[in-house]
Write a protein that binds this ligand. Structure first.
Ligand code: APR
Length: 168
């Protein structure tokens, strides 16, 4: 499995599944959620909310609407009141990978979950995502892309992951 660190807009990334930085009620607000909904269509949020609420740390998959991807995986790092912990962030990443495995996907793209509206520190997020993703054993996922919006966030993640492409 190749883990790549990239700077960009996740709605423009080519992958079987795009991970949404969700809240546990699964309505899609600003940030990543807003961008996915804007480009993919409201049907993504409608399907997501029909499967909610979920517990913070859980994840569900939905249609990707008009986006090129096959699925959007909604990773509820935080509770809709903004509550987020290392545990809920870690579990939301792990559960997203488990869903990709269940769906037998070959590629998945993650944003820096929790580091926007939820205010989780970026370096701590990078450490948690590295710990979960670099240790995940998959039979089908060939590529995990971590897509950072700003150059500043990208540099912080690169510092923690060590290089742009890692083979695990
Ligand atoms: N592509 C990639 N990354 C993005 C994009 C984008 N288009 N837009 C924002 N980001 C970055 C942010 O800069 C931040 O680093 O994604 C990271 C996560 O930010 P948020 O999307 O705000 O997610 P989060 O902090 O997990 O808060 C989730 O925000 O929008 C609401 O409905 C959402 O309630 C949920 C909460």
């Amino acid at each position: 499995m190749i883990v790549s660190i990239e700077q960009g807009d996740i709605t423009e990334i080519k992958a079987d599944a795009l991970v949404n930085a969700a809240n546990n009620e699964l309505w899609m607000g600003l940030g990543v959620a807003g961008a996915l909904k804007r480009k993919g269509g409201k049907e993504i949020e409608t399907e997501a909310m029909s499967k909610g609420p979920i517990k913070p740390g859980e994840a569900i998959e939905t249609t990707a609407g008009k986006l090129e991807a096959k699925y959007v995986i909604h990773a509820a790092g935080m509770r809709s009141d903004g509550f987020i912990t290392k545990e809920t962030l870690k579990n939301s990443v792990l559960n997203s990978l488990k869903i990709a495995e269940k769906l037998e996907l070959s590629s998945i793209a993650f944003p820096a979950i929790g580091t926007g509206v939820a205010g989780f520190p970026e370096k701590d997020c990078a450490k948690i995502m590295a710990e979960v993703i670099l240790n995940f054993k998959s039979n089908c996922i060939e590529e995990v892309k971590i897509v950072l919006y700003s150059e500043e966030t990208y540099k912080k993640f690169l510092q923690i992951f060590g290089k742009e492409k890692i083979e695990v």
